[in-house]
Design a protein around this ligand. Structure first.
Ligand code: GLN
Length: 526
């Protein structure tokens, strides 16, 4: 079988070698924003083991000091690639240290925050079109001397060597971080490097990705093998499924498991969109009873998650066994909607003493079913997946849907899960989301949902005393879900939602709004 071509072989690629900075992934991110494909690998990458040739290399920042005994160092073969190199912060110190160990010292002052760059060589191609500008610094070490063969391109009051370049080789070093938004024109600098200096073609776009990715899937899967994959109704699994469907048609089998704790009308909507709308070969498994039986009497959040995860694997496997591949071949692959941030998380350089974390979302399934993994989105960031989804004709509302947790409403129904509780949570959530959509603010909010609290409170309806449960509404704004703030609704909006929920959902006597940010709270309640 021919080996599928890697994305880095199809698109001009800038290699980002990660020395462990918390901003390394942003370098990749920024380059892609001006359509240059970039891939990050740990700084320990052996250059001879690369299966593609980069157009240029960026050495990232990092928490170590280059002169430390256990500090990480780049494979010197990087200089044999004959491509331009840009060192950022630690990366620049590394270039200087390779040049002469005495070139890097601990500074007397740490420099953290803004600094003004004074350009000394305006004609330098790295700073083309950039005058004196504000940059963001974060370092304690500094160059003690200009490495031999280099010249100064720019300085700040604190850093005489804020930007340097080699006299004869295409090598640059900068002390500041162009990848963070606090650095003015940081993106222009990166574009000067990638496009102006490395001559990388700006061809990375989702429009170009579709075609090559479909080809890649076809080559990987071959002419007869079959693929299976779970779909959830979320954007990632739907886009992944659509790619597989375009590549191999009905040899891709999508399975949607209704676990009994899905949102109102969810199963019907997913079924309709994926089959009628997108032509995906889909099996819907109605396993609600199995899940709800196993969840009976369980109130511990971790137990709920475990039960749902394990039951999902059981149900999925049982369903997979029923599939009779037309070609007579076995099912060979499992589709997984892994995104680039997960990949980054597993390959980031975390230092010699720490083991590198691997993610194992589907570990159980792979081992039991002896399947190989296929991950068509593993090079993409979330916003790229969304662009791809729009281009592939996936409905706008689905593409921009808020994330929904795997355990579904089970972790939004606090305490025991019964069919009656599921019904209340479902209806309240539906009203909340419906009103958010009506108000035209759905896409301003990152995630919104209703939570059912197993607490009774006294109310009065039609002159009668009521004693019913509480619905807590949660809506947050965030860019990365690592930190989040609660969304500020207009009072009128909250009034409408509260009134509708209490009036339309029997079993609810009170509605409250969660005004806790993350941290200290998490987004979900359980
Ligand atoms: N650890 C090095 C220093 O303190 C590099 C810092 C960085 O790359 N941000 O100077």
């Amino acid at each position: 079988m021919t080996k599928p071509v890697e994305v880095s072989n199809v698109f001009d690629t800038i290699l980002v070698l990660d020395f462990g900075s918390q901003y390394s992934h942003l370098i990749t991110r920024r380059l892609r924003e001006f359509n240059v494909y970039a891939e990050m690998l740990p700084c320990t990458q052996k250059i001879s083991e690369l299966t593609w040739k980069p157009k240029g290399v960026i050495l990232s920042g990092g928490p170590y000091s280059v002169y430390d005994k256990d500090a990480p160092h780049v494979d010197l073969d990087v200089f044999k690639l004959g491509v331009p190199i840009l060192g950022i912060c630690y990366g620049m110190q590394e270039l200087a240290w390779i040049n002469g160990k005495e070139n890097v010292h601990a500074g007397e002052h740490r420099e953290y925050g803004h600094a003004t760059i004074n350009v000394e060589i305006p004609s330098d191609p790295l700073l083309k079109g950039i005058d004196n500008f504000e940059v963001w610094m974060s370092h304690g070490d500094k160059l003690a001397a200009l490495p031999s063969g280099y010249k100064i391109v720019a300085h700040t009051t604190n850093s005489p060597f804020a930007a340097i370049s080699h006299e004869t080789e295409p090598i640059w070093g900068i002390q500041f971080h162009p990848e963070v938004t606090h650095t003015q024109k940081g993106k222009v600098l990166l574009e000067n490097f990638a496009v102006g200096i490395c001559k990388a073609e700006q061809s990375w776009s989702m429009k170009n990705f579709i075609g090559t990715e479909i080809e890649r899937i076809r080559t990987l899967v071959g002419p007869t093998a079959e693929v299976i994959g779970a779909v959830s109704g979320g954007v990632d699994s739907t886009v992944a499924a659509k790619l597989l469907n375009e590549a191999i048609g009905d040899r891709f089998h999508a399975i949607y498991v209704d676990n009994g704790v899905m949102r109102l009308n969810e199963t019907e909507t997913v079924h309709k969109t994926l089959t009628e709308g997108l032509g995906i070969n889909l099996t819907v498994v109605d396993a609600g009873e199995i899940f709800l039986n196993k969840l009976k009497g369980v109130t511990d959040p971790e137990k709920k998650r475990k039960i749902i995860g394990n039951t999902f694997i059981e149900v999925f496997e049982a369903e997979a066994e029923k599939i009779q591949p037309k070609s007579g071949d076995e099912i060979e692959y499992l589709l997984q909607g892994t995104l680039y941030p997960d990949v980054i998380e597993s390959i980031s350089f975390k230092g010699p003493s720490q083991t590198i974390k691997t993610h194992h979302n589907v570990g159980g399934l792979l081992e039991d079913m002896k399947l190989k993994l296929i991950e068509p989105l593993r090079e993409l960031f979330k916003d790229e997946v969304r662009q791809l989804g729009e281009l592939m004709g996936i409905p706008h509302d689905l593409v921009w849907r808020h994330p929904f947790p795997g355990p579904g409403l089970a972790i939004r129904i606090l305490g025991e899960i019964t069919p009656a509780q599921v019904d209340i949570a479902r209806r309240a959530d539906h009203i909340f989301i419906q009103e958010i959509r009506n108000a035209g603010i759905y896409e301003e909010i990152s995630q919104a949902f209703a939570c059912l609290l197993p607490v009774k409170s006294v109310g009065v309806m039609g002159d009668k005393r009521t004693y019913e449960q509480v619905i807590a509404l949660r809506a947050i704004e965030t860019t990365d879900f690592m930190t989040a703030d609660w969304y500020i609704f207009e009072a009128k909006f909250l009034k409408t939602v509260s009134k509708r929920i209490v009036n339309e959902v029997p079993g609810v006597a009170r509605v409250v709004y969660d005004i806790t940010s993350k941290p200290p709270a998490t987004v979900e309640w359980e």
